[in-house]
Design a protein around this ligand. Structure first.
Ligand code: NDP
Ligand code: GDR
Length: 367
């Protein structure tokens, strides 16, 4: 595991003398998208700096495979620094030290249901956090003259909320949770900083995207983790909420390319990123359980606690602008995505089973 505390002793210039290498700064680098975006940018030759927040446990599992021990720091093109979207001074300080060409704001309290439990905190990180980072970018540009810097804001299809599909860049927002309302604020802060200060700032309005690295309390991963554990005999029931909600689910690895493409254009703009294909949670269950020869109806139990005070019923994107202007399109289909996640989680459950059988861990209930 990465002990990032040792990577941030004293601020040092970031480019290791290589002035041609592009430098990216990512907030939320330890999340699902942060990990795929880091791999993508490293493959493009970037130097990648990630801001991570302090946690009582290691929180770098998704990027440990690309982490280079700071004792071999000359080989490392990914570097981690402590900061927090609730701490404006840390954001400004790292901008001044890292001198990024591109800033990707992916950090968020990203769970919609949890945002009803901690609305104030969610707004502080998701809405005001984006404003703090934009303001840090603005004042950094003012002080340094580095006006070429480009900013990406991780917007969400949740902003459309109850507005019926298909949803495009011109569809009105009608957010249905504190999370979604905060993302709407972040969206407009980004537009405002573009218009007011001429900052190259883009909103990606991304529809749901999943992967084997998806957090285990989002519905897709919760299902595929359960499928793996049920198949291997570690679990029998899966407790879920609303099975009729429809989502436009794509593969996270495809979506980070769209983020990068937005920042490579001549003009800053906002783009919907989606597969244009939508499925209910029930359809996800059918494909995931069916793939390993199980019937979801034998295992799923409806639990009211997973219903939300206000639900988003139907999301299906219209990504024609991203296709036309960015030349982007998704590569992984819905069925391929489900199978990729189930394959991963069956293998994970097999490893868990070895540890359970040896008495090293308990067969825990679902996450
Ligand atoms: P994750 O929940 O997997 O990752 C969120 C990241 O934000 C983590 O690195 C987390 O750190 C970090 N973070 C949380 N709070 C703070 C804070 N106060 N200061 C600094 N960092 C913080 O999200 P995803 O990777 O799935 O999503 C990335 C972004 O895209 C988010 O903004 C999300 O809202 C948005 N989005 C996601 C979609 C999706 O389908 N995945 C669709 C549309 C938008 P830690 O690891 O310590 O928890
Ligand atoms: P979402 O994702 O809210 O779309 O936000 P999530 O997977 O949490 O929910 C999708 C749908 O499934 C229903 N559901 C359940 N959801 C969860 N988490 N757990 C359950 O047990 C369950 N049962 C049914 C939900 O009600 C919902 O309708 C994700 C996040 O990544 C956001 O950050 C991002 O902005 C949006 O996608 C686009």
């Amino acid at each position: 595991m990465a002990d990032s505390s040792s990577t941030t002793p004293t601020p040092t210039p970031s480019t290791n003398g290589d002035t041609t290498r592009k430098v990216a700064l990512i907030t939320g680098i330890t999340g699902q998208d942060g990990s795929y975006l880091t791999e993508f940018l490293l493959n493009k030759g970037y130097e990648v700096h990630g801001l991570i927040r302090r946690s009582s446990n290691f929180n770098t599992q998704r990027i440990d495979h690309i982490y280079v021990d700071p004792h071999n720091a000359h080989k490392a093109r990914m570097k981690l620094h402590y900061a927090d979207l609730s701490d404006a001074s840390s954001l400004r300080r790292w901008l001044d030290v890292i001198l990024p060409d591109e800033v990707y704001n992916l950090a968020a309290q990203s769970h919609v249901a949890v945002s009803f439990e901690i609305p104030d905190y969610t707004a502080d990180v998701v809405a005001t956090g984006a404003l703090r980072l934009l303001e840090a970018v603005r004042s950094h540009i003012d002080a340094s003259g580095r006006s070429h810097i480009r900013y990406y804001q991780a917007g969400s299809s949740e902003m459309f909320g109850s507005t019926p599909p298909p949803q495009s860049e011109t569809t009105p927002f009608h957010p249905r949770s504190p999370y979604a309302a905060s993302k709407v604020a972040a969206h407009w802060y980004t537009v405002n900083y573009r218009e007011a200060y001429g900052i190259f700032a883009c909103n990606g309005i991304l529809f749901n995207h999943e992967s084997p690295r998806r957090g285990e309390n989002f519905v897709t991963r919760k299902i595929t983790r359960a499928v793996g554990r049920i198949k291997i005999g570690l679990q029998s029931k899966l407790f879920l909420g609303n099975l009729q909600a429809s989502r436009d689910w794509g593969f996270a690895g495809d979506y980070v390319e769209a983020m990068w493409l937005m920042l490579q254009q001549e003009k800053a703009d906002d783009y919907v990123v989606a597969t244009e294909d939508s499925h209910t949670v029930e359809e996800f269950l059918e494909v995931a359980f069916g793939y390993v020869g199980l019937n979801w109806k034998d295992h799923v139990v409806i639990d009211k606690r997973y219903f939300r005070p206000t639900e988003v019923d139907n999301l299906k994107g219209d990504a024609s602008k991203a296709k036309k202007i960015l030349g982007w399109k998704p590569k992984v289909s819905f069925e391929e995505l489900v199978r990729m996640m189930v394959d991963n989680d069956v293998e994970m459950a097999k490893k868990e089973k070895v540890l359970v059988d040896a008495g090293y861990i308990d067969a825990q209930q679902q996450p």
